[in-house]
Design a binder for this molecule. Structure first.
Ligand SMILES: Cc1cc2nc3c(=O)[nH]c(=O)nc-3n(C[C@H](O)[C@H](O)[C@H](O)COP(=O)(O)O)c2cc1C
Length: 181
């Protein structure tokens, strides 16, 4: 049973997804570090992607048993990113890793990260502009290009449906198991 959502958010995207999951699933959401110890169930951990890994993973593991990870990044969601996070954080194969596109806001970053991302976003914009010359960008790539060009932007869609569907299916199968007993 999922007892809570624990999120780690620097500029607001992970909090927004955690709040949305909380609203749709009727499960409380807590900021990492402020969650009560949950002996009555597992957690969904929502955190932001930094250089192909998720922030706060070690601390999150101490908060309780994690049933699923929701990794939020500015790039379009991909299976490759999910697998990279799984490998870097040694997340067992039976635990899902969802990758969702979040927003980006360079103005809310601490100075050292601002500097890194100023350089990084130039590179991202260059690559996407080159791609755009040859082929049409999809909605997530278009959202990323805006973030990279302007330093601020929203994802193509705030879509938490894959996580919501997974949780609801878990309950369904747990219910089915209980009925069998
Ligand atoms: C230093 C730094 C590194 C980042 N690295 C990645 C990355 O590797 N992949 C990605 O998709 N997004 C990356 N991002 C973007 C954030 O993951 C993204 O903006 C996310 O929505 C932030 O979530 P938050 O608003 O909850 O803090 C990076 C951001 C920063 C500041």
């Amino acid at each position: 049973m999922i007892a809570a959502i624990v999120y780690n958010s620097q500029t607001g995207s992970c909090k927004r997804y955690a709040d949305e999951l909380s609203r749709q699933l009727h499960i409380p959401a807590y900021a990492l570090g402020s969650a009560p110890t949950r002996a009555d169930g597992e957690l969904i951990f929502v955190s932001w992607i930094m250089a192909g890994s998720i922030m706060g993973w070690k601390k999150a593991k101490k908060a309780g048993s994690i049933a699923a990870v929701v990794a939020v990044g500015m790039a379009p969601a991909s299976e490759k990113t999910a697998e990279s996070i799984r490998a870097k954080c040694a997340i067992p194969s039976q635990k899902p890793v969802f990758v969702l596109q979040g927003g980006f806001n360079i103005n809310k970053l601490p100075a050292p990260m601002k500097l890194i991302m100023k350089w990084k976003t130039k590179d991202i914009a260059r690559q996407l502009e080159a791609k755009k010359e040859k082929t049409a960008l999809n909605a997530e790539e278009t959202a990323l290009l805006k973030m990279a060009r302007t330093g601020v932007g929203e994802p193509a869609d705030w879509n938490a449906a894959p996580v919501v569907d997974w949780v609801l299916n878990q309950y369904k199968s747990e219910g089915a198991l209980r009925q069998k007993d």
